[in-house]
Design a protein around this ligand. Sequence first.
Ligand code: HEM
Length: 537
Amino acid sequence: AGPANVSATGADYGAAPTTNAQQGRRLTSAVGVPLRNTDHSLTAGPRGPILLQDQHFREKISHFDHERIPERVVHARGAAAHGVFEANGAAEKITRAAFLKKGVQTDTFVRFSTVLGSRGSADTARDTRGFATKFYTTDGNYDLVGNNIPVFFIQDAIKFPDIIHAGKPHPDREIPQAQSAHDTFWDFVSLHTEGQHHTIWNMSDRGIPRSLRTMEGFGIHTFRLVNDAGETTLVKFHWKPKLGVHSTTWEEAQIAGGTDPDFHRRDLADAIEAGAYPQWDFGVQTFPDTEDQMFEGIDLLDPTKMVPEELAPVQIIGTMTLNRNPINYFAETEQVMFNPANLVPGIDVTYDPLLQGRLFSYQDTQLTRLGGPNFQQIPINRPHAPVNDMLRDGFHQAGVHGGVAAYHPNSLDGNNPLPTPPEEGSYIEVPQRFEAVTDRKKAATFDDHFSQAGLFYRSLTPVEQEHVISAYTFELSKCWDETIRKRQLQALANIDATLCSEVATGLGLDAPSPTEPVEDTATSPALSQVGGEWPVD
Ligand code: HEM
């Protein structure tokens, strides 16, 4: 596939990031006045003080002083690329999403990231990777804001500040903990054992990918698709890299990070520049939208659980090709915003308590990070679909809105008197019935924190298991508080006895006995295989 310069709708926002860039051959001031000299300030005599009247000096220095915006509170370090997604039509029966109809091509922008490091941290740290995709569909922007690990650390968004505070650098010395090697992280996940499943994926080779091009991506939450007939299906989204899944060893990651902290972003940009466009198949696991939203005993609303692919195979519904590097890191990669609440007709949310909290958090943080309420107008964020939103004014307003009536419908301006029935083509939330008593309590189906972690461990090959043992042993050896190390060993005992005893031996501690029943190895299905047919009908 060649570069997608123009979208299916003919719009070129995002594809034309040079909008408002520099023009002409003369150096000018910000208001276009030609300048004679930008190397010497205006001084009182050749050795005197700078004059306040030097507008060029003040403009140049002051603009520089304000060049930085806050980095993202999480996922600060990232690399991105433009691409195109083509649907194969396999999802048409279960969703009315226009961009999933057969043969439709949609522009995309993908930002990969590490979660915990700052903007200047190394690419190669052991960490979860973000995999955020913006689809510029004809029905507006759809953001799938996922990770390279299929489950999350916590079950409820209200704990997100806590897990992030535990994972970010210590507040006294600001020493980065990109390898999670410190007391607060292990304190948190050994106290909040729902984090154990995600953590074992981090401690596996999945935590140190070889390349951004060789990572899977997961939407993690269960989403609800709705078709033209109003029928609903629950789904989990998957990205499968055509290049396969590859990781580094810990030693390789250390060397690569030491010699080239930009290892991953360089690899991505170089590959695209060379025409070796990375591709991912996009797929869904589907589940009947039953009242209890359970599947084979797994609570689909618990984001710390996955559904093994033997139980629900991934059916491919399209393919994405990344084929164009950003021209300007700040304008595109830094200013892009993703929001799980950006949904298009045909895709709805579920009541996963983690997803529910995310629906608030992203827009809220972007109001600060991107300087006010008009960040959707930044070229990289603009939809490739008409916008007629009645939102007005605010900091950094770039639109010059005509007409007198900023409300809908109105009988004064031409394009707002509802030419089509309001329901037609609109986003409609799937109606849901509730009968519930408010409480701060999770269902008992959220209680099992260990069995899928054990299942994952036992699905690995012996050499992969060896890597997991080494990773825990190394990381826990950096945890100075023995109470925390012992508490984490207790969690490992509940995951897998051999894993626990190997790590305990490495740490010079006794292996505790499990406090929870550990699943029978022989009957555990592997979690990482693909296969089978899709039972959509
Ligand atoms: C940023 C994924 C949970 C708050 C991000 C990004 C990704 C991501 C990929 C980076 C987006 C980019 O490249 O710009 C996920 C996943 C989650 C999850 C997969 C769980 C399944 C949460 C929760 C919260 C949260 C529970 C808060 C309650 C944020 C915030 C940002 C962010 C504030 C920064 C956004 C920005 O500055 O634009 N997340 N996240 N995330 N996430 Fe999450």
